[in-house]
Ligand binder design. Structure first.
Ligand code: GDP
Ligand code: IMO
Ligand code: MG
Length: 432
């Protein structure tokens, strides 16, 4: 069987895919981005450095890996060149040997960005404004420009990208057939998938595991494992239904960011505010519980810096995500962020017009009416970021993970307790 692994977001994006890809890329020979564009923001923290990737696969941080930007992506050539230059400034090597760009990926133009920034529907959805939707639109109506044609041009960007452009499907399939370890890096998340997400509050591509096949030119029989990445709670940027949200979108938008507070308050002042927030959260104030997750989890967008809406773990949505992706395992990230809470909730069902259901609802309108049914579990106070094996975790954290595993319905393969590469606990049960 092929040595292949698809990493997908199990929620609304920003689950920590970049971190998990970087961790698992140690074994990879090739890392393939298969969908989306620079709407993605993947953060990798390694050796004290923070790398923010938007279109280049997270495998670029490690030496001697082949990184592929697949045919299913949309690429802003100027952004790609900037990203390459920034990585080089940070001491990494980026050349035709470790980065290959599919000739069939589509080009994001200035007009796409303008249309995305100005349209009423983009504003309602709260897109990243990077031209993603209009570019995919041109692709589907067959008026788009492919990278292969773009690099035939004479512009400086075209000339500098030309050596990186190839037909990538054969390179990927050759690697798989040769028994190489090929990792597919998802962008966005299951609930943002254009078919399987909370339409119309979604992105414009197939972010689920099926998208990895289309976005790279690999057949379904060649995939061995699918790992879904989930935060230990939930976040969402942009508009759209969010059943387990704590507080609401407008309150979240108006609050002072952690960066602003750190600038305005002394270190002690910030700690005092955090302590006050913990007390109010434990008194049961839902908005403050969400605010605490934002403060402790530093929940601000990697691409747009917007404060992320926060909420409890949605087990109904997670089980749905496990099914539509065919997940074989899950990675749970940001477990450390749940510290200081007396009680932690997991949504195990929805109430719709007073009727209970365990099924996820596909329509955004129906989903916005869902009232979560929660199970309450004990929390923990400790900072668990130093844990390096499951046994180092407090009993309450272990119980919480056990329940998450039951609710998602697939084994947990990795636990993440911090942003750093070393702050990761592999459970030794993945095939990869
Ligand atoms: P992605 O889009 O799925 O790759 O996720 P992002 O990089 O947009 O957002 C995840 C954020 O959480 C980043 O700032 C990561 O550095 C950070 N992060 C990832 N895993 C952990 C973790 O286990 N604990 C903490 N505290 N931060 C984490
Ligand atoms: P990563 O890969 C979180 C959201 C936007 C908006 C909707 C549509 O970092 O997880 P778009 O610009 O794609 O047309 O916006 O999708 N969105 C993301 N949210 N993480 C992402 O990527 C996202 N990419 C798009 O906020 O709600
Ligand atoms: Mg992100």
């Amino acid at each position: 069987m092929a040595n292949t692994l698809i990493i997908v977001g199990g929620q609304f994006g920003d689950e920590g895919k970049g971190k998990i890809v970087d961790f698992l890329a140690e074994k990879a020979d090739m890392i393939v981005r298969y969908s989306g564009g620079n709407n993605a923001g993947h953060t990798v923290v390694s050796g004290g450095e923070t790398f923010k990737l938007h279109i280049i696969p997270s495998g670029i941080i490690r030496k001697n890996k082949v990184n592929i930007i697949g045919n299913g992506t949309v690429v802003n050539p100027d952004v790609l060149v900037d990203e390459m230059e920034n990585l080089e400034k940070m001491g990494l090597t980026v050349n035709e040997k470790n980065l290959i760009l599919s000739s069939a990926a589509h080009v994001i133009s200035e007009r796409h960005i303008m249309d995305d920034s100005s349209s009423a529907s983009s504003k309602m959805i709260g897109t990243t404004g990077r031209g993603i939707g209009p570019c995919y639109c041109d692709k589907v109506v067959r008026t788009g420009t492919r990278i292969g044609d773009f690099v035939k041009g004479k512009s400086g960007t075209a000339v500098s990208l030309r050596p990186f452009v190839k037909d990538t499907y054969s390179i990927i399939n050759d690697a798989i057939d040769a028994g190489k370890h090929v990792l597919f890096e998802g962008a966005q998340g299951t609930l943002l998938d254009v078919d399987h997400g909370t339409y119309p509050f979604v992105t414009s591509s197939n972010s689920i595991a099926g998208g990895a096949l289309i976005g790279s030119g690999v057949g379904p029989t060649k995939i061995r494992e699918v790992c879904g990445v989930f935060k230990a709670y939930s976040t969402r940027v942009g508009g759209g239904p969010f059943p387990t949200e704590l507080g609401n979108e407008s309150m979240t938008k108006e609050e002072d960011s952690v960066d602003m507070l750190r600038k305005e308050l002394s270190a002690e002042g910030f700690e005092r505010l955090l302590r006050k927030t913990v007390i109010k959260a434990n008194e049961g104030d839902a908005y403050t519980q969400g605010r605490l997750l934002r403060m402790q989890g530093y929940e601000y967008g990697t691409t747009t810096s917007r404060p992320r809406r926060t909420g409890w773990f949605d087990g109904v949505a997670a089980r749905y995500a496990a099914r539509v992706n065919g997940m074989t395992c899950a990675a749970i990230t940001k477990l450390d962020v749940l510290r200081n809470l007396d009680k932690i909730k997991i949504c195990v069902a929805y109430l719709i017009n007073g009727k209970q259901t365990g099924n996820f609802l596909l329509g955004a309108e129906e989903l916005s009416k869902a009232v979560p049914v929660y199970e309450e579990m004990s929390g923990w106070k400790e900072d668990i970021s130093k844990a390096r094996k499951a046994d180092d975790l407090p009993a309450a954290a272990k119980n919480y993970l056990g329940r998450l595993q039951q609710v998602i319905g697939v084994p947990i393969g990795i636990i993440s307790v911090g942003a750093g590469r070393e702050e990761t606990i592999p459970l030794g049960n993945m095939l990869w």
